[in-house]
Design a protein around this ligand. Structure first.
Ligand code: CUA
Length: 171
């Protein structure tokens, strides 16, 4: 069978396009700095968070030489910690794993200007690990409609240069 030269060229070109599309989708899903929210986070009883060993007194804790865990409870209409002058303080250049859940309804936990963005679902613990390269203040926004105070539900996260971070409990 004889295939015309231009036809071959177009065939090759369209194959390349397909490979390119698959490539961008793959990169978008698993590329550097991109991580899906893990679905193997724990389950919790949202009505008994006060008695939970971590969510009962949520905050930041050091879990390894350069690793931190941050427990956050979302509720109508605040983040604990995070809201009302109690920002989440984490160091830069460290692996920081967030565990986010909610007491009442579904909330969002979107750290503006970063790729940290997850839902908080009653009974589920969302787990996301990130690194902050740049020190700075980041706003936390709720991007799931959660009731009359939704529009005002916000918080703050402060990434402190690693050298200045004293470690601790997020106070
Ligand atoms: Cu919480 Cu919207």
């Amino acid at each position: 069978m004889k295939i015309h030269r231009f036809e071959k060229l177009w065939l090759a070109f369209s194959l390349l396009l397909i490979v390119g599309f698959i490539g961008t989708v793959t990169y978008g899903a698993v590329g550097e700095g991109i991580q899906m929210v893990s679905d193997d986070g724990d389950e919790v009883d949202p009505t008994k968070l006060d008695q939970h060993p971590k969510f009962g007194d949520p905050g930041v804790e050091k879990t390894g030489p350069n690793e931190y865990a941050v427990y956050v409870v979302a509720s109508q209409f605040q983040y604990t910690p995070g809201s009302f002058g109690n920002p989440i303080r984490v160091p830069t250049d460290a692996n920081v794993t967030f565990y986010v859940t909610t007491k009442d309804v579904i909330h969002g936990f979107d750290v503006a200007g970063t790729n940290l963005n997850t839902m908080a679902i009653p009974g589920q613990v969302a787990e996301v690990t990130v690194r902050f390269d740049e020190p700075g203040e980041y706003g936390i926004l709720c991007n799931e409609y959660c009731g009359s105070g939704h529009h005002g539900m916000e918080g703050k996260l402060v990434a402190v240069p690693k050298s200045q971070y004293e470690g601790g409990d997020g106070e």
